[in-house]
Design a protein around this ligand. Structure first.
Ligand code: 5GP
Length: 181
């Protein structure tokens, strides 16, 4: 079957899977003997959280949150909206927010402040990709899959105009790639 190619491949499925396994081992070590709530940020983290959770041995519970500061363009609107709130009780729990990508950090900073109101014991962030050079919010990710430059990436859960989330790799788009989509 022909592989669909969009943009320039940055990380293959194998590379992502290997890195997820390493991070899961680190999480297992950090939370040994404890339970963790994995909070999947919709929609971009669906593949990454699957890779992480299947390798974990600590007890986990799973819930979802949807927050957005992006429209259908490639630049942030800066306004954060919570579109879906987790139902799970987080009081006194260890929470790990599992993100697809942290760019300016504005979305997560807002989300973390909201989650703190629920009285968790701890909150950490596990992101597949991190654009540290773009950070404007005072925010630090605890577990990072890969550091990337200031690129617009798609695939492995990440979209462009709600498409390409299904690509089994992460690629980046340049202006000429975007024109061709
Ligand atoms: P932030 O608030 O950190 O600036 O933006 C975070 C959100 O913006 C991510 O969860 C993701 O939805 C979106 N985003 C940031 N950079 C990219 C990118 O390179 N590609 C895609 N597809 N989405 C991105």
């Amino acid at each position: 079957m022909a592989e669909r190619k969009f943009g320039k491949v940055l990380f293959t499925e194998e590379q992502i899977s290997k890195r997820a396994k390493e991070i899961a081992a680190q999480i297992d070590k950090d939370y040994e003997g404890e339970e963790v709530i994995l909070l999947c940020t919709l929609k971009g983290s669906i593949m990454w959280i699957g890779d992480i959770m299947k390798h974990l041995t600590v007890d986990t519970r799973l819930d979802f949150i949807s927050a957005s500061s992006y429209g259908s363009s490639t630049t942030s609107s800066g306004v954060v909206k919570i579109k879906f709130d987790p139902e799970i009780n987080m009081y006194n729990a260890n929470v790990i927010v599992v993100e697809d990508i942290v760019d300016t950090g504005n979305t997560l900073k807002y989300v973390l402040a909201k989650l703190q109101e629920r009285g968790p014991k701890s909150i950490k962030v596990c992101t597949m990709l991190n654009k540290e050079s773009r950070r404007t919010a005072d925010f630090h990710a605890d577990y990072v899959g890969f550091e990337i430059d200031d690129l617009f990436v798609i695939g492995y859960g990440l979209d462009f105009d709600q498409k390409y989330r299904d690509l089994p790799y992460i690629s980046y788009l340049e202006e000429d790639d975007i024109d061709k989509l």
